[in-house]
Write a protein that binds this ligand. Structure first.
Ligand code: PMP
Length: 444
C-alpha cells in the first residue's frame, strides 16, 4: 500500500469536501479499509465507526449480501439510460420503497444523493402548483439549523448560515425557528416543550401570504444541525397549519429514513404524513450513491394529467444516473435486510443502551446539552470560548487517537452507530469519548 502522504502534491490535488483543508493538511485522517462497525487506518489503527460513516451505513461495512447483489448486477446490466428507457430493478425498488413509505407516497423519483433529492423535491413542489394553475405559489419555508444538502434549493431552504453565506443570491425562502430550547436541555428522547414553535409559520404567512408559498420543508429530526428533536406535537401542528393554508409539507428523511429512530421513517415515529418525502444515505447502506423522492398520489396525478400530447415530459428533471442499476441492486439488498422482522426491534433495544450511555456524559466539562432519539444523539459543547468550534474539532481528534471516529459539526459531536452494534460497543464508544472530553479539558 502507498504510504500516506506519498508527497506534498497529493494534498492539494484532492480538495476535500466540507473540510478545513488547512487543518487536514496538518493532521490528515485517513481510512484504508473497514469491516462491520470498524474503520482501519493505513497505519493499522482500528476505530469504532460511531456515525455509521456519515449516517449512511447502518448495516455496517463490507455487507456481503450487498456486495453480492452489486456484483451480480454488474454482470447483468451495468448501466441503463435513465431517460426514455428503464430496467426491471428500478421498478422493483420503487415498488418496495412505496410499500415501506408511510401513507400514500406511492410514486418514486430516483436521484443520486440527499442534496439532489432535496432540490428534486423543491422543483416537484413548484411544478405541482404550476400544473394546478397556481404558479405564484413558488416560495419555500424551511427551518433554522435545517440541512437539506448543498445544492441551491437545499441551501436556500436549509437554515445553516455558514453553508450559504459565500454564495450570494439564493431562492426565496423563509425560516421557522429551530426547535432547540434551553429548557429542554438534557431531555431524553422527545423533549417536552416546543409544540408552540410550529405557530411561527403563521407569522411568516402573515407577511408572505399562503398564496405565494409552495412548501414547508423540514427534517423530522434535524440531524446535521446537532440531532435537534422537536416536541411530540410540533410536526402535527405544522401539518395542520400546512393543510389549513394549502401548503405542501416535505419531510427530508435523508437521516431519519430507514430505521434510525427505531421506526422505518421519522413520519412514522411522529405519526405525521408528509406530501413529499426525500431519502438517501441508508437507502443503499452508503455503498452506492442514491437518493429518492417519494410523492403522494395527488401530486403524481396532477402532473400526469397536465394538458398536452403523449410526448409531454410531465416533470422535466432527472439525472444520467437516476435509478442506476448498481445502486438499485445495493438498495434492494439493503432494504431486504432492514425489513427483517428482528432488525427494528433490535434498534429500539440498542436505543435504550445508547440513551443511557450518552447521558452518562452529563456533568463532564464543556458539555452543555445531550440529546438522543433512537440510535442518534449529539453532545453539544459550550460556545463560551474565543474559538468555540475548536473544542469539537480537537475532542474529535482525541477520540480518533482513542480509536473512535467521531463527527463534529459546529459545536456538536454527533453519534449514530450502526444497527449491528452490540450494547458493549456503544458503552465503549462513550467511555472513550468521555475520556477524550476530560483530557481535552485538562489541556485547555
Ligand atoms: N438532507 C439531510 C437531512 C442530510 O442529513 C443530508 C446529508 N447529511 C443531505 C440532505 C444531503 O445529502 P448528500 O450529502 O447525500 O447530498
Amino acid at each position: 500500500m502507498t504510504a500516506f502522504p506519498p508527497n506534498r502534491q497529493s494534498f492539494s490535488s484532492h480538495w476535500l469536501a466540507f473540510t478545513s483543508n488547512r487543518r487536514f493538511h496538518q493532521h490528515p485522517k485517513m481510512v484504508s479499509h473497514a469491516e462491520g462497525i470498524f474503520y482501519h487506518t493505513p497505519e493499522g489503527h482500528k476505530l469504532y465507526d460511531s456515525l455509521s460513516g456519515l449516517w449512511c451505513t447502518p448495516l455496517g461495512h463490507g455487507n456481503q449480501a450487498i456486495a453480492e447483489a452489486i456484483n451480480a448486477q454488474m454482470q447483468q446490466l451495468d448501466y441503463a439510460p435513465a431517460f426514455n428507457v428503464s430496467h426491471p430493478l428500478a421498478f422493483e425498488l420503487a415498488d418496495k420503497l412505496v410499500e415501506m413509505a408511510p401513507g400514500d407516497l406511492n410514486h418514486c423519483l430516483f436521484c443520486n444523493s440527499g442534496s439532489e433529492a432535496a432540490d428534486t423535491a423543491l422543483k416537484l413542489a413548484r411544478a405541482y402548483w404550476r400544473a394546478k394553475g397556481k404558479p405564484e405559489k413558488s416560495k419555500f419555508i424551511g427551518r433554522s439549523k435545517g440541512y437539506h444538502g448543498v445544492n441551491f434549493g437545499g441551501i436556500s431552504v436549509g437554515g445553516i448560515g455558514g453553508n450559504r453565506k459565500v454564495y450570494g443570491q439564493t431562492l426565496d425562502a423563509y425560516h421557522l425557528p429551530h426547535t432547540w430550547l434551553a429548557e429542554n436541555c438534557f431531555s431524553k428522547g422527545v423533549p417536552e416543550v416546543g409544540d408552540h414553535l410550529a405557530d411561527s409559520l403563521l407569522a411568516i404567512l402573515e407577511v408572505q401570504d399562503p398564496s405565494n408559498i409552495a412548501a414547508v420543508m423540514v427534517e423530522p429530526m434535524a440531524g446535521s444541525g446537532g440531532v435537534i428533536i422537536p416536541s411530540a406535537g410540533y410536526l402535527k401542528r405544522l401539518r395542520a397549519l400546512c393543510d389549513q393554508h394549502d401548503i405542501l409539507l416535505i419531510f427530508d428523511e435523508v437521516i431519519t429514513g430507514f430505521g434510525r429512530m427505531g421506526t422505518l421513517f421519522g413520519a412514522d415515529y411522529f405519526d405525521v404524513q408528509p406530501d413529499i418525502l426525500t431519502c438517501a444515505k441508508a437507502l443503499t447502506n452508503g455503498v452506492m450513491p442514491m437518493g429518492a423522492v417519494l410523492a403522494n398520489t395527488d401530486i403524481y396525478h396532477c402532473l400526469m394529467e397536465q394538458p398536452g400530447d403523449d410526448y409531454l415530459i410531465e416533470f422535466p428533471h432527472g439525472y444520467t444516473y437516476s435509478a442506476h442499476p448498481l445502486a438499485c441492486a445495493a438498495a434492494l439488498a439493503s432494504l431486504n435486510q432492514l425489513q427483517q422482522p428482528g432488525l427494528l426491534p433490535k434498534v429500539a433495544d440498542l436505543a435504550k443502551v445508547f440513551e443511557q450511555a450518552i447521558h452518562e456524559l452529563k456533568g463532564l466539562p464543556l458539555v452543555e446539552d445531550i440529546r438522543n432519539i433512537g440510535l442518534a444523539g449529539a453532545i453539544q459543547l459550550t460556545m463560551e470560548s474565543k474559538q468555540p468550534l475548536k473544542h469539537a474539532s480537537e475532542i474529535s481528534a482525541l477520540c480518533w487517537q482513542k480509536g473512535v471516529y467521531v463527527r463534529f459539526g459546529g459545536n456538536n459531536l454527533s453519534f449514530a452507530p450502526p444497527f449491528i452494534c452490540e450494547p458493549q460497543d456503544i458503552r465503549e464508544i462513550f467511555s472513550r469519548v468521555a475520556e477524550a472530553i476530560q483530557e481535552y479539558d485538562r489541556g485547555v
